[in-house]
Write a protein that binds this ligand. Structure first.
Ligand code: FEO
Length: 162
């Protein structure tokens, strides 16, 4: 059974993952509003992945005999200025998530909770991917600049995400 400290920190991380899902869904709605349907699709898939992350921790805590206590999820922002500015926010958000996972990992080490350490190793690797993906898209959007035709080609490309 995890300690109360670990239980509370994992519950906090579950909330952050659900908030991420909410944030990306809000970004998807923004993209739909500006007719970038490929970006909107990509963000919906991303939102579902975040629910998957939350549920992975939810199931982990249950399996360990901990108690899941769902927290309030804040209202996400609703306007994002441009796709490039939006991806700046996504990258920053993922970097914050990585920091939170690392902090949780450190707590697991301090508490000598080896099972939680092992569980979090998956998240540490996943965050490397998450930051790379957001960073790559941001770089492309910076290169595209103010060229609508190229932006539409990228929109088409993002629409193929499974
Ligand atoms: Fe759950 Fe995008 O990290």
């Amino acid at each position: 059974m995890p300690s109360k400290k670990i239980e509370s920190a994992v519950n906090q991380q579950i909330q952050s993952e659900f908030y991420s899902a909410y944030l990306y869904l809000s970004m998807s709605a923004y993209c739909q509003e500006i007719h970038l349907d490929g970006f909107a699709h990509w963000l919906q898939v991303q939102s579902k992945e975040e629910v998957g992350h939350a549920m992975r921790l939810y199931n982990y805590l249950n399996n360990r005999g901990g108690r899941v206590i769902l927290q309030t999820i804040d209202r996400p922002p609703e306007s994002f200025k441009s796709p490039r500015r939006m991806f700046e926010q996504i990258l920053k958000h993922e970097q914050e998530l990585s920091k939170a996972v690392h902090k949780l990992y450190k707590l697991a080490q301090d508490e000598k909770d080896y099972a939680t350490e092992v569980e979090l190793q998956w998240f540490i690797k996943e965050q490397v991917e998450e930051e790379k993906t957001a960073g790559d898209i941001l770089q492309k959007l910076t290169l595209i600049g103010d060229q609508p035709a190229t932006l539409l080609m990228m929109d088409h490309h993002l629409d193929s995400r499974e």
